[in-house]
Design a protein around this ligand. Structure first.
Ligand code: SAH
Length: 349
């Protein structure tokens, strides 16, 4: 069996004859949500039976869903080998956000990140990345509101470490006969894999770029994000300065506020200096506390003070609300906690 969601439409056109069959099936799967070839009555009956033998068009089953009181929903999506990918749906007034994973675990070992403690188990395939978004879309959005979401690659894993599969997943999500998502609705977040950022800048389709900084000097960032020892902060920001941006587009910088470590006004001033000359927007993320990591969330006063140093220097800075705290918020927390639990009943055997 081939997992349908791993394939781009041009690849399907090569496999089917006449080649427009690929487009027909694409529309049925992505736009009409069909999960059974028998529903595709625009295809010849014998062909439908053939397809059912060869292609899997069912979404992966949800091993577990966690509903937060604030409306946030987290999913553990079970993959074909039993691994669990973490996906989050975050409802917002004007647009919803679906946060998806690109790897099981992560190789980068950022000291404050729970996924970092797991190490890398494996990369996800394009279809495993795409179907996370479909699971969250179909479980949360009514038919009329089915396109009202953005996607952020901010779940488990480092998207640029799984470059080819992530870019393929983005092309699939963008396909006009699939979900038809514009690039402005997709954000890729990276810890700073510099060569891959440069490669991303040469792609025909480029999503929004978010850079996770958290440390604003090499000394601090080396401690928190080991990747900085390979690609130091100045080089990283030079690559960001060269990154192609559209009219009025900005690069997002994520900065995790850790009490006593990255939350002082001096840290904020370092950040101001770093971002000079960059069309930047800063998302301040108060640390999501977890038993396994020794850091603490700063006080609200410290958070506000930090934000105001940036704003006073004309940098757009937003404080990210911690959503879904009651359902294990921090990155990687869910998997660690629940991976060994028995599965609940689901739609897929
Ligand atoms: N590897 C990519 C994407 C996954 S992490 C990256 O580093 O950008 C997504 C974001 O969550 C990153 O900005 C990371 O710094 C942040 N993060 C990780 N653990 C966190 C925690 N415990 N509390 C708050 N933010 C966290």
């Amino acid at each position: 069996m081939q997992f349908f969601f791993d394939f781009e439409r041009p690849e399907l056109a090569e496999r089917f004859s006449p080649s427009f069959r690929g487009t027909q099936i694409y529309k049925s799967v992505y736009q009409r949500w069909f999960d059974d070839f028998e529903l595709m009555t625009d295809l010849p009956r014998a062909f439908r039976a053939e397809l059912a033998q060869e292609w899997d068009i069912r979404l992966p089953r949800v091993q577990r869903r966690f509903d937060s009181t604030d409306g946030t929903r987290r999913y553990l999506v079970q993959l074909s080998d039993g691994e669990l990918a973490e996906t989050v749906f975050i409802p917002e007034e004007h647009r919803n956000t679906i946060c998806i994973s690109s790897q099981i675990g992560c190789a980068l070992a950022c000291t404050f990140c729970l996924t970092g403690q797991l190490g890398l188990t494996r990369h996800l395939t394009p279809g495993e990345i795409v179907t996370q978004a479909l699971v969250a879309q179909r479980d949360n959005l009514s038919w009329d509101a089915r396109d009202s979401f953005n996607i952020v690659l901010m779940g488990m894993g480092e998207p640029l470490h799984n470059y080819d599969s992530v870019m393929k997943a983005i092309r699939i999500l963008h396909d006009e006969h699939g979900l038809n998502m514009s690039m402005s609705r997709i954000t890729l977040s990276t810890a700073g894999l510099l060569p891959a950022i440069e490669r991303l800048g040469t792609e025909p389709m480029i999503p929004n770029l978010a850079i996770s900084l958290t440390g604003a000097t090499n000394e601090k960032r080396n401690q928190l994000m080991p990747i900085n020892r390979r690609y130091p902060i100045e080089q990283l920001l030079d690559a960001v300065r060269r990154f192609p941006l559209k009219h009025r587009q900005r690069v997002t910088f994520e900065y995790v506020l850790l009490r006593g470590i990255s939350d002082s006004p001096e840290d904020a001033m370092h950040l101001v200096k770093l971002l000079k000359g960059i069309r930047a927007k800063v998302n301040l993320i108060p640390f999501n506390e977890a038993e396994e990591v020794p850091y603490k969330r700063p006080s609200d006063i410290a958070i506000e003070r930090f934000q105001h140093v940036l704003i006073d220097h004309n940098i757009s800075a937003f404080v990210r609300k911690n959503r879904g705290n009651d359902i294990s918020a921090a990155c990687g927390q869910l998997k660690k906690k629940w991976a060994d639990e028995p599965a609940t009943a689901g739609s897929r055997s």
